[in-house]
Write a protein that binds this ligand. Structure first.
Ligand SMILES: [Zn+2]
Length: 155
């Protein structure tokens, strides 16, 4: 699908070596509009919204930060560790402001499945519905985040 100049510019910023060394797209060759459309469809199918996913990720990160680098157990099944990292990154969609690079990693102890994200990942999901390109090291598969964090939305 054709995309707006706004998204085309954001996609340029997502290339390796622009905002971050590794970029945000992995080896995904689709244009940004198509990446956004497909993930939006998946998220809707899962019965959640971008904001609901982002809220849970933010809550988990917040709890993890309280432990200052030590692992902490969240809701009896999620082991959370926040690794501090210096530096900040801007949003590739051109928002003002900078996001800390610190990484939160979680393991669901019932299934042994793990995943990691940053504050910028949360922002991009909430504001842009962007889960990063396939093959990106910080790609958040919508199915996976809902499964690992056991995101259940009361209807
Ligand atoms: Zn943004």
């Amino acid at each position: 699908m054709k995309q707006s100049p706004y998204l085309a510019k954001a996609q340029l910023e997502m290339q390796p070596g622009s905002i971050s060394n590794i970029g945000f797209l992995g080896d995904d060759k689709r244009n940004l509009q198509d990446i956004l459309n497909e993930d939006a469809k998946t998220v809707a199918h899962l019965g959640v919204t971008h904001a609901q996913v982002a809220d849970v990720m933010e809550k988990v990160m917040h709890e993890g930060k309280k432990a200052f680098g030590n692992p902490v157990l969240y809701k009896d099944f999620l082991q959370v560790t926040v690794e501090s990292s210096r530096g900040k990154m801007p949003c590739p969609f051109g928002h003002p402001g900078m996001y800390p690079k610190e990484v939160v990693c979680v393991t669901n102890q019932k299934t042994n499945e793990s995943m990691c994200w940053t504050a910028l990942s949360i922002h991009m999901i909430r504001q842009h519905g962007f889960y990063q390109g396939k093959g990106s090291s910080f790609r958040i598969e919508p199915e996976k985040v809902v499964r690992v964090l056991e995101i259940v939305i009361d209807k």
